[in-house]
Design a binder for this molecule. Sequence first.
Ligand SMILES: NC(=O)c1ccc[n+]([C@@H]2O[C@H](COP(=O)([O-])OP(=O)(O)OC[C@H]3O[C@@H](n4cnc5c(N)ncnc54)[C@H](O)[C@@H]3O)[C@@H](O)[C@H]2O)c1
Ligand SMILES: [Fe+2]
Length: 389
Amino acid sequence: MSIASFKSAHRLITGQQASSRLSEEILRLGMRCPMVVTDPGVLGSGTLKPITDQLDVLKANGQLTHYRIFSEVSAEPEVHIVEDCMSVYLEAQCDGLIALGGGSAMDIAKCVAVYATHDGDLESLFGEDKARVRGAPLIAMPTTAGTGSEVTNIGILSDTEARMKKGIVNDYLLPDVAIVAPELTVSCPRHVTAASGVDALVHAIEAYLSNFATPITDALAIKAMRLIIKALPKAYANPGNLEAREAMATGSLLAGMAFGNAGVGAVHALAYPLGGRYHLPHGVTNALLLPHVMRWNALACVERFRDIAEALDTAHHALKDEAAAELVVERLHQLCRDVDIPSGLRHFDISEKDIPSLAADAAKVERLLRNNPRQLTQHDIECIYRAAW
Ligand SMILES: NC(=O)c1ccc[n+]([C@@H]2O[C@H](COP(=O)([O-])OP(=O)(O)OC[C@H]3O[C@@H](n4cnc5c(N)ncnc54)[C@H](O)[C@@H]3O)[C@@H](O)[C@H]2O)c1
Ligand SMILES: [Fe+2]
């Protein structure tokens, strides 16, 4: 094994009612006027209230001068939302960020945190390792389970003009604190529970199959798969099931730590152009591609599929590796059916004629394709899109 490093948020706070620790962390980080970054869905769900209650107490005690709420994050946010959020941050003279939301709100807050201390325009931050200094203090509180963005060094934005997703990848995006509190996810609408839950499972599977997997990321990924496969149907069936919500929050966190270090692969690479062009939720695009990419990948690393089959509770010990891989693919199809994600790109108004240009765009996502266990040519990618159509 070659040398590997491991990174995550600097501090993790987990468990039921973990959100009650926010005040303590704000004070520890020395914030005097934080900005909460969230979105209209989270705002309308009542999830913000216990957070502002804590901020109001701090303010009444003179421990905060003021705080500001920016709630205009849209799902799969556009680049300009970073600029909008940054203007409010500067205008209100804030000195730290609290991200309360799914991947969309967390990614905006992460980007603003590094942008706030960056000596240059936003464009100059896109790509890998462009920020040279630490960002503003940042606490991430996921309300979906989830993207794992609370522990990753990437912020993903939609670029409508380029019809692609683009990212800022930089260790300075790692939050100072991740508060992973299952109670924040209870109000999640069913379709968001489904899509973001499948996204978390994809993170675990792709990290486990990655060319850059390590024993540390393997352990995290396998545990994440075990938790998610059992808990996702339960959280979907009964949104108020706190035990299932906690297992999903933990599974998503572990999957985030796994892929935040080992990377994700072809499922995400092929999902990017679908998200960029058709504005489908990230988790849905992953779900549409997951079984098809896995069928394709199995040839390269069939023995790793036996481990996945065991983690997903499908393998019988007497099975050959190839049969275990087939079971994995079938199990993933079944999970998507259980949580009502339609299979087939055709159900989302995606024309079969678009496939060659989608494949050309996906082939450019080298940052992720290099992690994938099977090398993919543009022709291979076309074949996978056709199978998924
Ligand atoms: N940075 C990373 O490491 C990383 C990883 C994966 C995905 N992403 C990005 O994350 C984004 C997707 O994030 P997501 O799947 O978490 O969804 P999201 O943040 O886009 O939220 C989806 C919808 O769910 C609503 N919502 C979220 N939590 C809620 C709650 N508790 N109660 C009520 N409504 C709630 C939101 O208002 C929104 O309308 C995409 O832009 C994707 O590219 C980032
Ligand atoms: Fe993802």
